[in-house]
Design a protein around this ligand. Structure first.
Ligand code: SAM
Length: 269
């Protein structure tokens, strides 16, 4: 509970800062820019007319982007500030999307329906204290034959210090899970490094790729694919360089380490 409260306070406070940030660039989003990466758009394919549950949707930019592509989307997040802003953006832009404010683990008690797609992406898993229950929540919301899709920061890349600005990455964090969270005290974020937050403490849980796959299998899902990519969705390390598609690469090291993975699974009919 202490962890949940600290993380929620942190995320609540980040919302207005993120909404003003160049990283999220809400002005160009208002003008029609999608916040989805080409990866999830290509791998999920046509979402037109499909019902989608977007877990940990932050303030809804990806959720609204899916709605603009024709999906019937519900975004869920535990931050009241995030959900408030997501609702006001979807109303202002006249894009139909529903938003639910709840802790991920409480969602089955709040939302009573099944979805064609459960989607989640980029920076979600480390906030969750229990991966087995995460898998069960996903399985709970999928209709038979429904698809689960995640595009996420690769856990292997998370073992390196994100402060070191040299060509050599330095191992700083564990790859494996001990069950206990890592405590961080940071006044900024990936999107707003210069913000001075009041709620600086947050707790994150590292999960190896095997635990992620196994949590889904244990919940009864069948894995369709697990893809790994040598680029990041944001500037994970200071030395990364961005390409024209928005991906961040290690300079001159085109395939050294995985920094992103995507996974699709389905619920057996
Ligand atoms: C890094 S953000 C996701 C970012 C998203 N890909 C984007 O760029 O908009 C992580 C989100 O997880 C949410 N979150 C963290 N722990 C949660 C929990 N236990 N239940 C629901 N949402 C949670 C936070 O409020 C935050 O919006």
């Amino acid at each position: 509970m202490r962890y949940l409260q600290a993380n929620r306070d942190h995320w609540d406070e980040l919302v207005p800062a993120h909404a003003r940030s160049a990283f999220y660039d809400v002005e160009s989003f208002r003008a029609g820019r999608t916040t989805l990466m080409p990866l999830e758009r290509k791998e999920l394919g046509d979402v037109g007319g499909k019902s989608m549950l977007h877990l940990q949707c932050h303030f809804g930019l990806d959720t609204i982007s899916w709605a603009r592509l024709g999906a019937r989307v519900t975004g869920a997040d535990f931050s009241p500030q995030a959900i408030r802003l997501a609702r006001s953006l979807s109303a202002e832009l006249d894009v139909s999307a529903r938003f639910v404010c709840a802790d991920l683990y409480e969602l089955p008690g709040v939302l009573d329906e099944l979805f064609d797609i459960v989607f989640t992406s980029y920076g979600v898993l480390s906030w969750l204290p229990d991966l087995a229950r995460w898998g069960q929540v996903i399985a709970h919301f999928l209709r038979p034959d429904g698809i689960f899709y995640i595009a996420e920061i690769h856990p292997f890349a998370c073992i390196f210090s994100d402060q070191v600005d040299t060509p050599n990455l330095q191992i700083h964090y564990p790859y494996f899970s001990s069950g206990e969270p890592l405590r961080f005290d940071e006044s900024g974020s990936y999107a707003t490094p210069d913000t001075q937050l009041e709620h600086t403490t947050m707790y994150e849980w590292p999960y190896p790729i095997g635990d992620i796959v196994s949590a889904l299998v244990a919940a009864g899902l069948q894995i369709d694919f697990l893809h790994e990519f040598p680029y990041a969705s944001y500037q994970m390390f200071p030395l990364l360089e961005q390409d024209e598609d928005g991906w961040w690469w290690l300079p001159g090291q085109k395939s050294l380490i995985p920094m992103t993975f995507s996974l699709q699974a389905h619920k057996a009919p």
